[in-house]
Design a protein around this ligand. Structure first.
Ligand SMILES: NC(=O)c1ccc[n+]([C@@H]2O[C@H](COP(=O)([O-])OP(=O)(O)OC[C@H]3O[C@@H](n4cnc5c(N)ncnc54)[C@H](O)[C@@H]3O)[C@@H](O)[C@H]2O)c1
Ligand SMILES: O=P([O-])([O-])O[C@@H]1[C@@H](O)[C@H](O)[C@@H](O)[C@H](O)[C@@H]1O
Length: 511
């Protein structure tokens, strides 16, 4: 069931909500903080028209790309399948937008929850038109078979739909990914002229949009993890320098950055699902000029999502994590690519930085910078036999009362692509949703959100933030930020969990 707030106004196809944002300005006065609560008025304007959305995945033929495409088709055509556990119905478990709920208020003393996707108009994932690129020429049915993620019976039932889907040839810069990926690179745009590559990708996007009669397209990188490019302000620092570097085929321009530039130049938002530094300052400037969003980095799926939860619980309870040893082994192509040190280093960074803000927030536990430097180790091993079923083993050692120790040993089997696919869907649906929102602060002109879409940080290991805004990795804060913005745009109140309406509301005493 949908919801309509009595405080919103409908202006043609725009839903307008008015929100008095409460914050507290803190001033330091000697050994005291002076707290000054303040109210700022915001208006949010949401375009309620649902566009025909196209999505172009870079790395479409990979484990994530095939699993996402197949999973959505299974839901779209209500395809059931059999396994040794019986008959299965398609669903969108693991998707925040499709399978989680938001509390919208209280009916008498009963709390009322509705699906996240029903609070405001959102694209139905089954209506998304998919396309994309891969350096491997396999059609999506054969690529799904290669991925060994989806149950065989479902693979067979999806084959008639997937075998028609063939990734476009892509740009391939071997220097940026593992050498072991070369044996699948049979679908490559020739030459080494990076400007030509950019223009080919741009044409691909334009042709895809026109031939499918799309209102908008979003590009998402789910190709291999690249090594970090050696970032240089003279090469990557501005839109102009970045374009000049592409024109000169500069060696430190990665394939992912070419795709990001092509997206911006074609008026498409770009999402980076891998940990490398694709979104350089020049890309952000191009996105700003194009009025599109960029978001990244590195989908936050299993081991890291759990880590941010557990560390937040410990620090919130006044317990001091002293060591985190994160080990995992996996046998998919992602793991194969990560077995090369230069690519692993990209992943190590995103898996390691995800607790920094949580630790830094508690100066009772960590009074000095030295104590913040806890023993945090990341190990990833490629073991082909384990396939896409990543085995994550973590040890968390924390200091408790009177010098005691609390140790968590966590064994977490993450079906990597089955966790990532619904999350990729959420990134796409939410990015499209944010493209339809404008806000006005204190009666100023309506404007879009900042180009770097940090609102999506809940879904990213190393969330990129707008310049000057600190990164939040706490999972509960990231989810609250997303949920509360959706509620505010819908004219719903943000839940401070005091539950005063239930404790002391008239309805409690009427029963
Ligand atoms: N749980 C997860 O699956 C998860 C979580 C976080 C991040 N990631 C990241 O998502 C990405 C994809 O993961 P995956 O398991 O699908 O990997 P995968 O190796 O199965 O898929 C990557 C695909 O990208 C293709 N590719 C490589 N370079 C390309 C290029 N230049 N252009 C087009 N295609 C290219 C490969 O041929 C392959 O088909 C990886 O970078 C991974 O680190 C995955
Ligand atoms: O589950 P998670 O920590 O979010 O992230 C995963 C890593 O644990 C795994 O090693 C890597 O291969 C995947 O690409 C993904 O990044």
């Amino acid at each position: 069931m949908k919801v309509q707030s009595t405080t919103t106004q409908q202006d043609d196809h725009f839903l307008i909500s008015d929100y008095d944002y409460k914050s507290t300005n803190i001033e330091k006065n000697g050994d005291k903080y002076i707290a000054k609560p303040q109210i700022t008025n915001f208006k949010f304007k949401t375009d309620t028209r649902i566009p025909k959305l196209g999505v172009m995945l870079v790395g479409w033929g990979g484990n994530n790309g095939t699993t996402l495409t197949g999973g959505i088709l299974a839901n779209k055509f209500n395809i059931t399948w059999n396994s040794k556990r019986g008959t299965h119905q398609p669903n969108f478990y693991g998707s925040l937008t499709q399978s989680s709920v938001i509390k919208i208020g209280t009916c008498n003393t009963e709390e009322v929850f509705i699906p996240f996707k029903d609070v405001l108009p959102m694209v139905n994932p089954c209506d998304i038109v998919f396309g994309g690129w891969d350096i491997s020429s396999l059609n999506l049915a054969d690529a799904m078979s290669r991925a060994q993620v989806v149950e065989y019976d479902l693979q067979q039932k999806l084959r008639p739909y997937l075998e028609k889907l063939v990734p476009l040839p892509s740009i391939y810069y071997p220097d940026f990914i593992a050498a072991n990926q070369g044996d699948r690179a049979d679908n490559v745009i020739p030459g080494d002229n990076k400007l030509e590559h950019l223009n080919i990708i741009r044409k691909n996007i334009a042709d895809f949009k026109q031939s499918n009669n799309l209102d908008k397209v979003i590009l998402l990188w789910t190709a291999n993890t690249e090594r970090f490019c050696v970032e240089d302000p003279n090469v990557h620092g501005t839109a102009e320098r970045l374009m000049q570097s592409i024109e000169s085929s500069h060696p430190e321009i990665s394939a992912s950055t070419i795709f990001a530039c092509a997206a911006c130049l074609e008026g498409c938002s770009f999402i980076n699902g891998s940990p490398q530094n694709t979104i350089v300052p020049g890309v952000i400037e191009l996105a700003e000029k194009a009025g599109v969003f960029v978001a990244g980095d590195d989908f936050k799926t299993g081991q890291t999502k759990f880590k941010t939860c557990l560390v937040e619980y410990l620090v919130g309870a006044g317990i001091k994590p002293k060591a985190i040893i994160s080990y995992n082994h996996l046998g998919n192509n992602d793991g194969k690519n990560l077995s090369q040190e230069s690519c692993f280093k990209s992943k190590e960074r995103s898996k390691k930085t995800c607790v920094d803000d949580i630790l830094e927030s508690n100066r009772v536990l960590y009074p000095t910078e030295e104590e913040l430097n806890i023993d945090h180790t990341i190990v990833i091993k490629y073991c082909p036999e384990t396939g896409d079923s990543k085995k994550a083993m973590d040890e968390y050692i924390a200091e408790i009362f009177l010098g005691g120790r609390q140790t968590f040993a966590v064994y977490n089997v993450c079906e990597d692509s089955l966790l990532a696919a619904p999350l990729i869907m959420d990134l796409l649906l939410l990015c499209e949703f944010f493209e339809r929102i404008q806000f006005s602060k204190d009666a100023s002109e309506y404007q879009r959100f900042d180009t770097v879409l940090s609102w999506l940080s809940y879904l990213m290991k190393a969330p990129k933030s707008e310049s000057g805004i600190t990164t939040i990795n706490s999972l509960s804060r990231q989810r609250a930020m997303l949920e509360n913005l959706v509620k505010v745009c819908a004219g719903l109140t943000i839940d401070d969990n005091l539950r005063l309406e239930v404790r002391y509301g008239a309805s409690r005493f009427q029963q």
